[in-house]
Design a protein around this ligand. Structure first.
Ligand code: ARG
Length: 460
């Protein structure tokens, strides 16, 4: 009743449990700096259109700035009875500056206010996530440049397929993250639209200037429809989808690092500072960071599903259901940023074991396709070449040697077109160097691709 900003029409106090149950202040206080930023812009607009006097506007702005200091200094008294971040701040403002504080909520509702706060907050968070992405992508490019000549087995079905360069493999990760970056930037455009002015749902009779407020807050434009502005959270879902794709990519990346650090692969060494040991097995060094990132993808996918389900079948316009948007969104943001940060910090210290990678590429007949292509160049149809090489592989398996170790006579018995020059195509270096077309794995092409990628990264 009395103690609530909306108490006028109530004759009973709120049930204590319901008060706790319906409050969001425990988590939405995180939005406070954005709530204050939005309120300051709103007050300036109200002054511009003559609803607030110069003095009232000034009192509101300095009161809000003081509240921000109190919050940042940890002195602000948050009250569950005041339900959410918006009413906590408004109540404190009135306490500090008196009646002018009560005028701030003119031409506004918590419905457009909260939607505005989340968008301002998410816009900043997207920028922070993009900065972490940039760090990780840059680290990948640096490593790809250093490892342009390093040969490793490429896999399909996790079976050795064809030799590739490690630099090329790293650039595959770069490309995935580059698409993630484009998606985030695109999502940001739709986040950057201002709900403020929609009020509860129908707009307001005051002659508000939404374009002015939008300009103050750095929004691209005000939302075009008041009902839509306060009720949809598709921007949050879209962000969660972008975050999910990032985590999906990082989980693949993680899986490879986990495999590669095993004794069986032994392709890379992770820095000790990013691993932990076992409390029982003294020899262990576990790749915790990639494992945890792989695991955290699950919670972000969950948030995407949670938000979709939250919005499904909600009638227009605002419903209290929407209060449930924050925790999954906050956690998705924190998780994706932390995972990117961990990878960006770790990547410059990942040490490739070049000899091990190359030795692994020598196993599994990785240059068999090169032999088939060689036969094609000698005029053998590809299908026949495939069959001939299959036989050569079987002979090598039986002899326990590599294709390059089969004697020329044995190869010529399979196909007379084979000459002494066959041994050049059977080497790993020859195999990768031959794939020098755009998008290929040849060291020279990888070096060009790194340059091109640096330019694309700088553009976005
Ligand atoms: N705490 C609310 C939320 O998170 C703010 C908007 C409340 N609006 C309302 N009419 N109850 O969505």
């Amino acid at each position: 009743t009395q103690d609530k900003p909306w108490g006028g029409r109530f004759s009973q106090p709120t049930d204590k449990f319901v008060e706790e149950f319906t409050a969001s202040v425990s988590f939405d206080q995180r939005l406070a700096p954005y709530d204050i930023q939005g309120s300051i812009a709103h007050a300036r607009m109200l002054h511009k259109i003559g609803v607030l006097t110069e003095a009232e506007c000034r009192a509101i702005v300095s009161g809000l700035q003081r509240i921000l200091d109190e919050i940042e200094g940890g002195e602000f008294q948050w009250s569950v009875a005041l339900e959410d971040v918006h009413m906590n701040i408004e109540a404190r403002l009135t306490e500090l500056i008196g009646d002018a504080g009560k005028k701030l909520h003119t031409a506004r509702s918590r419905n457009d206010q909260v939607a505005t706060d989340i968008r301002l907050w998410l816009r900043d968070e997207i920028d922070r996530i993009l900065a972490e992405l940039t760090r990780l992508q840059t680290a990948l490019l640096d490593l790809a440049e250093r490892e342009a000549d390093t040969i490793m087995p490429g896999f399909t079905h996790l079976q050795v397929a064809q030799p590739v360069t490690f630099g090329h493999h790293l650039l595959a990760w770069f490309e995935m993250l580059q698409r993630d970056r484009e998606r985030l930037l695109d999502c940001r455009r739709r986040v950057n639209v201002m709900p403020l002015g929609a009020a509860a749902l129908a707009g307001t009779p005051y002659p508000i200037d939404r374009f002015y407020t939008a300009g103050l807050l750095g929004f691209e434009r005000p939302a075009a429809n008041s009902l839509d502005a306060v009720s949809d959270r598709d921007f949050a879902i879209e962000f969660a989808a972008c975050a999910s794709l990032i985590l999906m990519h990082l989980s693949r990346f993680s899986e490879e690092l986990v495999l590669w650090t095993s004794a069986q692969f032994d392709f890379v060494e992770l820095p000790d500072a990013f691993c932990t040991g076992s409390s029982i097995m003294p020899q262990k060094k576990n790749p915790d960071v990639p494992e945890l990132v792989r695991g955290k993808s699950g919670r972000v996918f969950g948030h995407l599903m949670g938000l979709l389900t939250l919005m499904k079948a909600q009638p227009l316009a605002y419903n209290k259901d929407n209060q449930e948007d924050k925790e999954p969104l906050f956690d998705a943001v924190d998780t994706v940023r932390a995972c990117l940060r961990a990878f960006a910090d770790m990547m410059p210290h990942v040490r490739p074991k070049r000899e091990r990678m190359k030795a692994a590429a020598r196993q599994g007949f990785a240059t068999a396709t090169d032999l088939a292509d060689y036969l094609v160049r000698k005029g053998v149809p590809f299908r026949d070449a495939h069959e001939i090489v299959g036989k050569a592989v079987r002979q090598a398996m039986e002899a326990g040697c590599d294709l390059a170790e089969l004697p020329l006579a044995a190869l010529q018995a399979l196909c007379p077109a084979i000459g002494e020059d066959v041994y050049e195509v059977l080497t790993l270096e020859g195999s990768v160097a031959a794939r020098r077309h755009y998008g290929g794995t040849a060291p020279e092409r990888v070096r060009q691709a790194v340059e091109e990628a640096r330019a694309r990264l700088a553009q976005l």
